[in-house]
Write a protein of this length. Sequence first.
Length: 366
Amino acid sequence: MEPLTDFFVALWELTAAMAPYILFGLLFAGILHELVPGDFVRKHLGRDTVASVAKATLFGIPLPVCSCGVIPLAAALKKEGASRGAVLSFLISTPITGIDSILATFGMFGWLFTLYRVASAVVIAFAAGVLANIFGEREENLPKAPFTLSPPNPRSPTPNLAPTSCRCESACESEAKKRFSPAAALKYGFGTLMGDIAKPLFWGLLLGAAITAAIPENVGETLAGHTWLGYLLVIAVAVPMYVCATASLPVAASLVLSGVSLGAAFVFLTAGPATNTVTMGVVKKMLGTRSLLVYLTAIVGGSLLFGFAVDSLFEALQIDPRSVVHIEKEAGITAALSSLILWGLMAFFWLRPLFGSRKIPPRHSR
């Protein structure tokens, strides 16, 4: 009975940690969809080029969005025509950093480690995006639903077309600069995008809770004094488990203080926020199996490489990481409410096909 209790406790804690960021991501994605015209995304991120990958990588660095909050944003970019490389690089660079995480890293680990963390995130995300454009599935081989552009509106004179279909510049500007609608933003974020990720999110939460419940509490003592073993064990724990970029900092700091190498803590800070079971399921559904392999290879290989390098760097500079580590804990009161809202949305999209399949017969006019 105790393992079952641990599972549900882990499931609730996992949901509470993710829900505020997912809801924020849905809201932000809806606003972004209303403010940014589709031709802007297709113009800058739609081609399978190095430039589009670089733009997506740099665009994601300052956004304070976690690895699950970034899912609706990436889905929005994919719907608007962004290339798979740009979407993948955005999926990696955004959750590793973020302005809140950057400042928290500076306060906890110092400026040198902070700059190293940001630079490594840029390199890993950029490399993954370029490799995805080269080795990923072609667009015609990807599933057409649910991650596709919305069907054309027959009432619109130029539905879902590039600006080249406009007869003059004024017509293009009027098409791009549409009036912002809060209701449309909420409908797109919490309706269209949430419907896309509801099922992968549900199964990812269950799997992530099962893995979290199985992690031993004395993991720090086990990893102490075994550098490469620490790398591999941290990878095995961090890749499938959800952990926020900011919330992962106290965990990494406690690992360092317990004797784990700074490189292993860096691996946790990179691989943990960059991916989890939820994101992996969405990447496979949205970008294909080959892109998922590129995604995992870049994160695992890059985090191990930079983890080993940071150990060598700090050893060469004769810096003791334990002397600059400061742990600060904080808790959010709105996490429980966000969790209830998130589970309500998932339940709605799970049950909606049952009610949607019933067609209401038309009324006969007298």
